[in-house]
Design a protein around this ligand. Sequence first.
Ligand SMILES: Cc1cc2nc3c(=O)[nH]c(=O)nc-3n(C[C@H](O)[C@H](O)[C@H](O)COP(=O)(O)O)c2cc1C
Length: 243
Amino acid sequence: MSSYETLFKRKSMRKFDKSLSVSEKELADLNAFFEKCVPLLPDIATDFRIVKREQTDCRWGEYALLFFSEKKEGYLENIGYMGEQLDLYLAEHNLGACWYGMASCKEKASEGMDFVIVMSFGKSREEDFRSDRGEFSRKDLSKTLEGEASGALLGALEDARFAPSACNSQPWHVTAREGSLTVSRHSDSPLAKVVKKIPNYFNRIDMGIYLCFLEAALTAHGVSFDRTLPYEKGGKDVTYRLD
Ligand SMILES: Cc1cc2nc3c(=O)[nH]c(=O)nc-3n(C[C@H](O)[C@H](O)[C@H](O)COP(=O)(O)O)c2cc1C
């Protein structure tokens, strides 16, 4: 996992200095990092491929990371969870990335898998990233939290808010009860009327992204947890038992 500070450094990078480029070593290290990505659902086969941006219809970045997956319950959340680890890894190494739901690619999917989404990336400078939490545009915690949270748990929930999401829709809703958290998905973005894939496609990826942020934040704040996933039973609420 990337360092805690990277949660507040990352941003969707859409502008690149053309004089900078990603080195062969950075590409090799990124490929090696794929192997270390922790899945949410280990039984779902996934594949990642790096191609030049020109092989896709992405409008920015030097390269595009293509995500493929077997289509099983929870596969979109799983790609969000794994892809966000890559997004954070890229930011940590001054490689600016952007989840790119509107982009498609000509690459054929691996056998038994479907193309899911693209993330564009390219070389950036440290100063291109965020250096202040005030640079984020996010909902106040009070809009997405029900119940009482204090101390380390409150700190973690404040941090997890900074997770990226499609059209910044932030579809997560957290209910805090004594010793537990329930994370559910509320797809209420007004943009869903224009971008039809928001509620049932992108917001599922967003949930995986949020779980990646939440778990990194809980760990950083010293809150240990035990997670239960609902997808195999057709549910959508993720529960955490907190110690
Ligand atoms: C699943 C997903 C799909 C996205 N698709 C696009 C896209 O097609 N085009 C784009 O410019 N940004 C896209 N974004 C980036 C979001 O707009 C961005 O994450 C959000 O506005 C928050 O800003 P930040 O990432 O800079 O913190 C996407 C983000 C996610 C998580």
